[in-house]
Write a protein of this length. Structure first.
Length: 52
């Protein structure tokens, strides 16, 4: 049973079914604003390093 590593959506903390597509999930389950906020916080964290 070589299960493929399932994709994990960081926005809703849900695993995406292997036969589903993360991009599809993001587009249809999340608003662009949600995605932008997630990306922004992620990049800001990178900029700041571990100083949180
Ligand atoms: Zn999601």
């Amino acid at each position: 049973m070589a299960t493929r590593s399932s994709i994990y959506c960081r926005l809703c903390n849900e695993t995406i079914a292997p036969d589903d597509d993360l991009e599809h999930h993001l587009v249809y389950s999340h608003k662009p604003r949600e995605l932008a906020m997630e990306l922004a916080s992620e990049w800001e964290t990178e900029e700041l390093g571990d100083a949180v």
